[in-house]
Design a protein around this ligand. Structure first.
Ligand SMILES: Cc1ncc(COP(=O)(O)O)c(C=O)c1O
Length: 423
């Protein structure tokens, strides 16, 4: 039986899938540019882009052409043989990240697993060379690194970790941007400090320059590594290829995924030559990772980001978006903070209920955003976004917030009147 109607699909999923998602009742079938299109042809302005994946928008001819071309040639071969894609992509990514070597996989969480394994293996190598260094990881409060066991062990929120305990031992969390806490928890027991230069799921929160400087200096003092997770903030979203490049900091290992292959699943772990010494043949691997199809598409994505000047666009349109959010925050006291770098933006709302309501109301107006960390409206639009799309979103938010304030005034007045009635 072919399932076409939303209700039938919902019923089938409820019966057949593990209950891991609480989906919005919309059935998407297509997309064009910054718009995703539902089964009735309804167009939605997508300011979330598949949670930071569809950086080139929908129906991008360059991605479609790369998929078509490569799929006619070769979709998969094992990592036992050569194909042209991995070296071609590694050249592009090492040049842009300042790293020396790459390992390709299929998702963000896998890229992070590889980064963690590199850190442990590197510490082992240093020990074998007579250095004193342990196996502990220092992660940051509110971090998100993924759902596999290693990654979830370094992810802060207890709800992601606790049902699966015992998770990987030896992880300690440092208070966000608290340099003293970092100093207090760092020792030669630590093999790596794990950061997102700009936390994504944690609410679009940038690390301070001072904190990152200290993380870099402390790790260098013992031979420990600095691991920068760029899965959400990398690949041009902040206006640079990697968010750490805004800080003038060079980590030892970085991870990319989400937009890397234009929606085809792919992750990458990149590291310095020094760190690469830790791996040798057989220590790590994957069946699908770095396949010809994903590599060909990722090369096309990198080239297209450059050809279309999308880093500059992220800075320019992101700056405009930020300025409009700041104006909105002045008009509406429900917005208590605005944070952004490039096209990674957040508006923090003064109540979780209101934040949820705003996401739902935006959806009714066919604009996709989401809420993270309870009260943070998050915007991760495609990097092809234009000012006119920002104007549409800001006008909608303005209207909804104005309505909410009026409703609130009305209910406060009603409450006050009721109070008076009751004496
Ligand atoms: C910073 C960061 N790291 C890791 C991940 C995990 O990536 P994936 O969902 O592809 O496994 C995410 C996903 O949201 C992320 O934002």
């Amino acid at each position: 039986m072919e399932l076409t109607k939303l209700k039938e699909i919902q019923a089938a999923e409820a019966r057949l899938l593990l209950p891991t998602y609480d989906r919005n009742p919309i059935l998407f079938e297509g997309g064009e540019g910054v718009y995703i299109i539902d089964e009735q042809g309804g167009r939605y302005l997508d300011l979330l882009s598949g949670i930071g994946v569809n950086a080139l928008g929908y129906g991008n001819p360059v991605i479609e052409e790369a998929i078509a071309r490569q799929s006619r040639k070769l979709i998969h071969t094992s990592n036992l043989y050569f194909h042209a894609g991995q070296a071609a992509l590694a050249v592009r990514l090492t040049e842009r990240t300042g790293m020396d070597r790459a390992f390709f996989c299929n998702s963000g969480t896998e890229a992070w697993e590889c980064a963690m394994k590199l850190a442990r293996a590197h510490a082992g190598l240093l020990r074998s060379e007579g250095r004193q260094i342990g196996t502990k990881f220092l992660a940051i409060e509110q971090s998100f690194h993924g759902r596999t066991f290693g990654a979830v062990s370094t992810t802060y929120k207890a709800k992601y970790r606790e049902p699966f305990e015992p998770v990987v031992p030896g992880v300690e969390f440092v208070k966000f941007n608290d340099v003293n806490d970092l100093r207090a928890k760092f020792s030669n027991e630590v093999c790596a400090i794990l950061v997102e230069a700009i936390q994504g799921e944690g609410g679009v929160r940038p690390l301070s320059q001072e904190f990152l400087n200290e993380a870099r200096a402390l790790s260098q003092s013992t031979g420990a590594l600095l691991l920068a997770d760029e899965i959400q903030c990398g690949m041009g979203r902040t206006g640079k290829w990697c968010a750490y490049q805004h800080y003038g900091i060079h980590p030892d290992v970085t991870t990319l995924a989400k937009p890397l292959a234009g929606g085809i699943p792919m992750g990458a772990t990149l590291c310095t030559e020094e760190v690469a010494r830790a791996f040798h043949v057989g220590m790590h691997g994957t069946t699908f990772g770095g396949g010809p199809l994903a590599c060909a598409v990722a090369c096309a994505v990198v080239d297209e980001i450059e050809k279309e000047h999308l880093l500059a666009n992220a800075t320019e349109v992101g700056g405009y978006f930020r300025a409009q959010l700041d104006v909105l925050a002045q008009r509406h006291e429900q917005i208590v903070d605005v944070r952004s770098i490039g096209l990674m933006l957040a508006a923090e709302i003064n109540s979780a209920d209101l934040a949820k309501h705003l996401v739902a109301e935006m959806l009714k107006r066919h604009i996709l955003i989401n809420c993270t960390s309870g009260t943070v409206l998050r915007f991760l639009p495609p990097l092809i976004l234009k000012r006119e799309h920002v104007d549409t979103a800001i006008a909608a938010l303005d209207e909804i917030l104005t309505e909410c304030a009026a409703d609130n005034d009305a209910s406060t007045a009603a409450y006050a009147a009721e109070g008076q009635d009751n004496g």
